[in-house]
Design a protein around this ligand. Sequence first.
Ligand SMILES: [Fe+2]
Ligand SMILES: [Fe+2]
Length: 333
Amino acid sequence: MAIDNIRLEVMQLLEKKIGTFIDKFLIPVDTVWQPTDFLPNSQNEDTFFEEVRELRELAKELPYDFWVVLVGDTITEEALPTYESWLMDVEGVNQHEGSTGNGWSKWVRYWTSEENRHGDTLNKYLYLSGRVNMIEVERTTQHLINDGFDIGTDRDPYKNFVYTSFQELATNISHSRVAKMAKQYSNKSLAKMCKIIAGDEMRHYNAYSEFVKQIFEVDPSQMMVAFSDMMRHKIVMPAVFLRESGNAIGTAFEEFSNAAQRLGVYTSQDYIDIMQRLIDKWEIDKLGGLTDEAEKARDYVMRLPARMQRISERLVIPEEEFEFKWVKPALVK
Ligand SMILES: [Fe+2]
Ligand SMILES: [Fe+2]
């Protein structure tokens, strides 16, 4: 898809504020948390083994679907190379400009460096827990990166920022719910890890949704059409191509998503709520001076949550747990 010049101009306009965005929404390396802050300290001979033993004991309390969801969430985070390379390719983002790339490429790198800590944290936790079949988790991760994704945004910055706004909020919700469940099982350390990750996702949501808000101020009609196109197409999850080793592309995604629905970690109701939150945040009802096409797009988006609500009430999620290679049912209650 060829991009119009206006989008590039808008991206250049926002690019002037990248420094402010980084200061406002991201945290400097030396002060932000690191995975090690939440994991047993392997340098400490006196405490390490005891801490690991405790971590493993507490892990035994967590139910089967919980592990499936935690594994799926971890793999989704671990496929970060896919997301970084995708965003680097968005129109207006240029890593070849000057010696360090343009402002947007800096944003993408800084966002990536924060995201990179999520998979690191969860992967180490899973490994130490002893409750999952790590080789299968690793194979799925490698497959997912091989398979890439197609989120229907093309290289359009407007569509991509709608996608990232949605997705950051979705991950905030799911990591927060996992944290809450872990706490219910008295697993305080896992709860802390997931809660701190959820906090990062919230900052990222605030950033991407702010970018969209500012685009609405300067190019409302095109931004509106892009938002509606994304909602019409539906926001596909980044792990939509998830598969277990030996299986066809995408075959594990639905069962992972069913497990998340059963647990209430991420549901079709959440999808609708996120959509409504974006509509409210961007004050879609108050947009003025729209073209006819954009007015139609607005009508469509404003009606969509209620329409999806009616459809989602008819959705039935299978009650039966699905047996993944990642988690051995015999090992887990
Ligand atoms: Fe993340
Ligand atoms: Fe994120």
